[in-house]
Design a protein around this ligand. Structure first.
Ligand code: G16
Length: 550
């Protein structure tokens, strides 16, 4: 550890000792738990980010302090690799080991071991950019992170209070600055100007759309949506709601994409304002998820989730690829998870190759990279579109032979600028949806008409130890606890168009149960019956079981 200042490292580590009774795990989206328990984790993540940067020859690594859709008292942290993508899987294990070292001595040993195993040249520079969302615990956690960065001698850039996708963008923009692969100006303004500029080009000559209501989940997306609203002005009239970023307890509370998706209803704050036919959308607490919705003529709530966004966007892209004369050169593929509605999978797979992977943006992102154009969306509203480097080159060099080909080619090129290709961004996805709606002259009702969702239900079961639930087949089947999958199969067989699966959450201390069936009451019943099985399996009984579990 020649060039690490061990005294400084130990002294700072002593300031951020690990509570002995806690165990941590780098899960679906990094570390996530009560903000009050994360001081030592943030310090160690600072150290790890520095080591990761050294390993990457001094390239800038990102650190985002957020717990996204989780309740306000939770917080979390995740690392972002140099191209703006999620941390390499092998380093997730280092993160978990580092976070669980019980003493400073043990921590130093773990650090020495990581340096050896990962073959890190610690004389290399370390560079890190970090940001946080609006959670009250964020400021103190950033201070712990800064100590970790100082301990490892990292050159640090504070990107302030901003969204997760902005942080991902900044990492890539910083690392590609002044290169032929430049991803854009390395500032928030640079990002919004790039995205909104592309949107303006895409909708030039289209009629102005009716106003769009954006539910900001009372989180950091408020600031981002406000910037987009300012830049776009009358090009896209936006009304922001749920913008109480400083009201304690408001974040994600009865608002935001997770609320809308899981409760399948309007944020209560919109119940008196949203008129039938008007479209609205919800962001989540760090603005990387997007769910649209509207009320039909009878006032019934209708949701346009990640699956519907994938269907809309993929159809448009396929159409433009054909119009540009590129259908033999550029293929489009879709990536979903088991949560994708069965009707969406049927709709999409009759048109395009569709792959199902485990939950977690990192899994979808990697799978989407295998397609020339990979469209990936989770039903919960996470997602984006990736254009492979070869596809980008093809778009840049293709010689259109007709004006129609040239127009379609320009649309595709503008899409590569509009879409955040490091990670899904609710705001960029929103502009993507709006651009496609403008081109197709679709209202929310017409978009919704692409296919009809199978009724479905998502239920959380609080269990003592979610780690006993292990899955296979892209999380569609349980291998543990033994025998439980057979019981689920037996139940599912009794429901017309029935499907159900169980998996442990990677971001909350719960097990999730998903079910769909031909009719809504039956989807609910199936979900609650499977939840009952899960509950009983973990030691529950008929007396303590939540009353809705059957
Ligand atoms: C994170 C991940 C998503 C995942 C979600 C729920 O989202 O980035 O890919 O779908 O957690 O995961 P789980 O079901 O394992 O709890 P977010 O928006 O919370 O960062």
């Amino acid at each position: 550890m020649a060039t690490l200042e061990l005294n400084l490292l130990s002294n700072l580590a002593n300031k951020h000792s690990k509570p002995p009774y806690l165990r941590f795990q780098y899960g679906t989206a990094g570390f996530r738990t009560l903000g009050a328990n994360l001081d030592s984790v943030l310090f160690r993540v600072g150290v790890l980010a520095g080591l990761r940067s050294k390993k990457q020859d001094g390239k800038t690594i990102g650190v985002m302090v957020t717990a996204s859709h989780n309740p306000e008292p939770d917080n979390g942290v995740k690392l972002v690799d140099p191209r703006g993508e999620m941390l390499e899987a092998a380093w997730e294990a280092h993160a978990t080991t580092l976070s669980n070292a019980d003493t400073t001595e043990e921590l130093l040993e773990v650090i020495a071991n990581i340096i050896q195993v990962a073959k890190i040249d610690i004389s290399k520079p370390a560079r890190v950019v970090y940001a946080r969302d609006t959670r009250p615990s964020g400021e103190a956690l950033v201070a712990s992170l800064e100590d970790g960065l100082r301990a490892v001698g990292a050159e640090a850039r504070n990107a302030g209070v901003t969204t997760t996708p902005v942080l991902h963008y900044l990492v890539r923009a910083i690392n590609t600055k002044s290169t032929t692969e430049s991803y854009g100006e390395d500032s928030e303004d640079g990002y919004y100007e790039k995205m909104c500029g592309a949107y303006k080009k895409l909708v030039a000559n289209r009629p102005l759309p009716p106003p769009l209501i954006v539910d900001c989940a009372n989180g950091v997306g408020t600031f981002a949506a406000d910037r987009v609203k300012d830049i776009l002005g009358s090009t896209l009239p936006i009304t922001l709601v749920n913008t109480a970023t400083t009201t304690v307890g408001a974040l994600n509370n009865a608002s935001g994409a997770d609320f809308v998706k899981t409760s399948q209803r309007l944020p209560p704050s919109l119940s008196d304002t949203l008129k039938p036919g008007e479209r609205a959308c919800s962001l989540d607490g760090d603005a990387d998820r997007l769910i649209y919705f509207y009320l039909d003529e009878s006032g019934t709530f209708k949701m346009l989730d990640g699956d519907k966004i994938a269907a809309l966007v993929a159809s448009f892209i396929v159409e433009q690829v054909k119009l540009a004369g590129l259908e033999n050169k550029v293929r489009v593929g879709i990536v979903q998870t088991a949560y994708a509605n069965g009707a969406s999978t049927k709709y999409l797979s009759s048109r395009l190759p569709v792959k199902c992977v485990a939950t977690g943006v990192k899994h979808l992102h990697h799978a989407a990279e295998h397609y020339p154009i990979g469209v990936y969306f989770e039903a919960n509203g996470h997602g984006t579109v990736l254009f492979s480097p070869e596809t980008v080159r093809t778009l840049e060099t293709h010689q259109p032979s007709t004006p129609a080909q040239s127009t379609a080619l320009n649309y595709l090129i503008n899409l590569t600028q509009l879409i955040n290709q490091t990670v899904g961004d609710a705001l960029s996805d929103m502009l993507l949806v709006e651009a496609v709606l403008a081109h197709k002259s679709y209202s929310a009702v017409e978009w919704d008409g692409l296919y009809s969702d199978l009724p479905n239900r998502l239920v959380k079961v609080v269990v003592a130890d979610r780690n006993i639930f292990q899955t296979q087949d892209a999380e569609r089947r349980l291998v543990s606890p033994p025998g439980l999958q057979a019981k689920i199969d037996e139940l599912v067989r009794r429901y017309d168009a029935g499907r159900s699966f169980v998996r442990p959450s990677g971001t909350e201390d719960v097990v999730r149960v998903y079910a769909e069936a031909m009719l809504k009451p039956l989807a609910d019943e199936l979900a609650f019956r499977v939840a009952g099985l899960v509950y009983d399996e973990t030691g529950g009984d008929a007396f303590t079981r939540p009353k809705e579990f059957l």
